[in-house]
Design a protein around this ligand. Structure first.
Ligand code: CMP
Length: 154
């Protein structure tokens, strides 16, 4: 099934000049960009986005980190995009992430694990709405779509 997922390139990705390289990985995989913007996050949106972590000891430091520089917000589309992107980024603890994943190859710390991605289709739908207005999402036809996804998967 074609899905959309919310991806955030966190402040460490922006500070380390990894934005282009990380976007290129998603593009090369065959995921389609349907929305993207640079944004500096605020407590208001982070309190909602990380509500499930509000009682954790790292909640404030996580928010401080996420506010420390602009982030790249994007929506990626493709067959089973939610699980594809989660596989690509690797597990939360960067030091234990598999080599070949983004965190496994580029990160050695937490919360500085470079990328956030929605963890389920249901979460993805909520998170896309949280960060993007409907008019910021673009449904567009890729001219060479046949080379990325077969007809039966669309
Ligand atoms: P992510 O999985 O994108 O969303 C929750 C974030 O909380 C996670 O990435 C880390 O950035 C951060 N996080 C999770 N666990 C810890 C922890 N034990 N200490 C600090 N930050 C954490």
């Amino acid at each position: 099934m074609i899905e959309r997922t919310l991806v955030i390139l966190k402040p460490d990705a922006v500070q380390r000049n990894l934005v282009g390289e990380l976007i290129q990985k998603f593009e090369k995989k065959g995921l389609k960009l349907v929305a993207m913007k640079l944004s500096q996050l605020t407590d208001e949106i982070l309190d909602v986005h990380y509500a499930h972590h509000k009682d954790k000891p790292f909640f404030k430091s996580l928010k401080d980190f996420m506010k420390s520089a602009p982030v790249i917000l994007m929506v990626l589309e493709g067959p089973e995009a939610v699980s594809v992107v989660r596989l690509m980024i690797g597990i939360t603890k960067s030091r234990e992430a598999q080599p070949g994943t983004i965190r496994g190859d580029y990160a050695i710390s937490t919360p500085d694990n470079l990328v956030h991605a929605s963890d389920s289709l249901e979460t993805a739908q909520i998170e896309v709405k949280r960060f993007f207005k409907p008019e910021e999402l673009y449904s567009w036809n890729r001219a060479n779509e046949d080379f990325f996804t077969s007809n039966s998967e669309r």
